[in-house]
Each structure stands twice: as C-alpha cells, then as structure tokens.
Design a binder for this molecule. Sequence first.
Ligand SMILES: NC(=O)c1ccc[n+]([C@@H]2O[C@H](COP(=O)([O-])OP(=O)(O)OC[C@H]3O[C@@H](n4cnc5c(N)ncnc54)[C@H](OP(=O)(O)O)[C@@H]3O)[C@@H](O)[C@H]2O)c1
Length: 358
Amino acid sequence: MKKVGIVGVTGAVGQEFVISLDKHPWFQVTQIAASEKSAGKTYPEAIRDPNTHVLKWQVGGEVPDYVKNMIVRSVDEIKPEELDLLFSAVESEAARDIETRFAKDIPVISTSSAYRYEPDVPILIPGINDEHAALLETQKKNRGWKGFVAPLPNCTTTGLVITLKPLYEKYGAKKVIMTSMQAISGAGRTPGVSAMDVIDNIIPYIPKEENKVRIETKKILGKLKDGKIEPADIRVSCTCTRVPVIDGHTESVFVETTSDCTPEDAKKTYEEYNKGSTVKGFPSAPENYYVVHDDPTRPQPRMEREVGGGMTTTIGRMEKEELFDHGLKYMLFSHNKKMGSAKGAVLLAEMLYKKGII
Ligand SMILES: NC(=O)c1ccc[n+]([C@@H]2O[C@H](COP(=O)([O-])OP(=O)(O)OC[C@H]3O[C@@H](n4cnc5c(N)ncnc54)[C@H](OP(=O)(O)O)[C@@H]3O)[C@@H](O)[C@H]2O)c1
C-alpha cells in the first residue's frame, strides 16, 4: 500500500478525494490537511459550519469511517517522509507554495493551476496523453527534486480534450468553438458562488477560465519532443458560463476537422477508443471511457453524472456542421469533481503507479 496525503481535504475537491480513496486497493490515506482554521479538528468537526452548525458534506452518502477520527493537520504538520504521494486540492496561490515545498521530496498530484503552464510540467489526463508523463523525469532533473508536480487540467478543459483527442488523432482538427455551462461546485466552497447570484440565473463570465481552456487544450493535444511539449496547431475559442447545476459541466462544441469525419465516423472512433483505453481495468476507471447517445435529449447533468462512477464522458447531438468545410458539432458532459478533478487525480495516480513512476 502506498501512503498518501490530501491537502485541501475540507474543500469541494478534497471531499471528493476522501470518497475516491475510500477502501482504495493501492493507496491508503494516512495524513489529511487544510488551512489553519481547520487544523487540529477531527474531519467531521472541520467540515461543520461554525455559524450554522450544518455539516458541509457536499458529496452523496455518509462521511467514510476512515476519516471520522482523523485529525486535520496544518500544512506545516504534514510529514512528507511518511508519505509516498500527496494530492493537492487548494487554490492556485496557496498551491504554488505548498506544491513547491513537497515536490522537493515526494510526488505531488495537483488539481490546481499553480504549475500547469511551466515548460517542464505536463498537464495530464489519464487515458489521453499518458506519454507526456515522461516529462516528469525532466522536471525532477531540472529542479533537483526527488518528487514532481503532476497537474490535471482545469475541469472545463477535461471534457473538451477527452472528446477532441480521438478526432484530432484520426482526422486532425483546425478550429474549435466551445461554450460551457459549468456547475456551481466548480467554483469551490470558498468563496464559491452565492445562491442569490446563481439560482434562476446564468453567469456569462468566469474569470481566467477561457484562457486556461485555450492554452491547456493545445498543450495536452501537443507532442512531447526532445524534453518539450510542442502545442497542437489548433485554434480554440471558448465562452465559459456558470449555470445553476450542482455537479457536472456541459459543453457545446463545434470542431473543424482536417479531413472529412462524419458523425458516424466520430461515433466509431469513440467506440475504438473505448476498446483500447490505456486505463481500462484500473480501480477508478469507468467501464466505458466514452458513451455516445443518439437520443437528442442527452447529455443531461442529472442523467449522466453517475455514469461510470462520474468518470465517463458523455457525448450527444453529434451532427454535421455546415459552417465549416469538415464540420462537426456535439454536446458533452463531464463531471467536474470526479473525472475533472479528485477521482481523475486518483486515476492519474493509478496510471503513474502502473508505469512505476510513483
Ligand atoms: N471545484 C472543482 O470542481 C474543481 C475542479 C478542478 C480543479 N479545481 C481546483 O482544485 C483546487 C481546490 O478547489 P476546490 O473547489 O476544492 O476549493 P474549495 O472548496 O474552496 O477548497 C479549498 C481547500 O483548500 C484549503 N486551503 C485554503 N487555503 C489553504 C492554505 N493556505 N493551506 C492549506 N489549505 C488551504 C481549504 O481549507 P479550509 O476548509 O480549512 O479553509 C479547503 O480545504 C483549486 O485549485 C481549484 O481551482 C476545482
């Protein structure tokens, strides 16, 4: 068993880590940490609102037994010498310091953007660009670290890139236009999105999100060559919005492929990818990496968020798009806290473990 820690354990993503690592066959959570205000409390105490006394447990079911008596540590109290791996789920400014500090000694898998744009840091989606993990060795050498930082993408990039990758590889892709309808849990607990702002409303702007999606999509679809990632030559335009959905991001995508790809070709390509998935059989992997619906009323967040334990990317409305020479349009659903962050980070750890990197 590898001993793992979670920092940011009380947050939206941290709570999902607690669930994803419950009874995990390869990883055992031995240390949990959050900010100074949670430190020293038991986990259930730390996630109880001090004003209303309401338990702020955002994920379904009960708080797992294994964390009920664990004491939340401050970052200073984390003992890296007693860990094989640290999962980081804190906002990017705090994450920068925390991840730098621990990567000197142990591997850090991060859901934050703190390191995503550094040249020697891959942005990894298990099952999509596993070969970029080779860059972690370069990162260790460059920085003289025993560990590394391996970030996941922004949760909005995840669904887009997962659906683009098979098309990009087989048919090429020149241009992408995406509009997201993002869940409120994507904004985290602190400060989060106020109910007064989001109920009965759509917020048409999410600061910094669109640039993240553009840069990350090109990097993840890029080629690793001579210790560097050459970004994919693809133009990405996006509009990111927040909608009153609790969990799961829906995205409307238009893509211009380089060679002709009919909706039927695209569906066949996803089926082939399902069969050859590099993460098939891993503890956190779904049975089907992709599900494609012919029913034009899918995907819907309520219907898709439990599919494949939140790890399946659902695609619907796959149609020819006349605006482009070789145009396709579709809708996708991707769970922001499962495949898009915590459980996706656990799947990434499983992939790195199988490769012997951790
Ligand atoms: N929410 C999503 O769907 C999603 C998806 C992909 C990526 N992400 C990324 O994942 C990270 C966490 O997001 P989140 O939504 O879980 O945020 P969140 O709900 O606000 O949780 C933040 C967590 O970080 C802890 N924290 C804050 N400052 C800290 C510090 N200085 N030292 C140690 N711990 C500190 C908080 O502890 P206290 O409770 O003690 O304050 C809490 O546990 C962010 O970088 C976010 O961009 C989020």
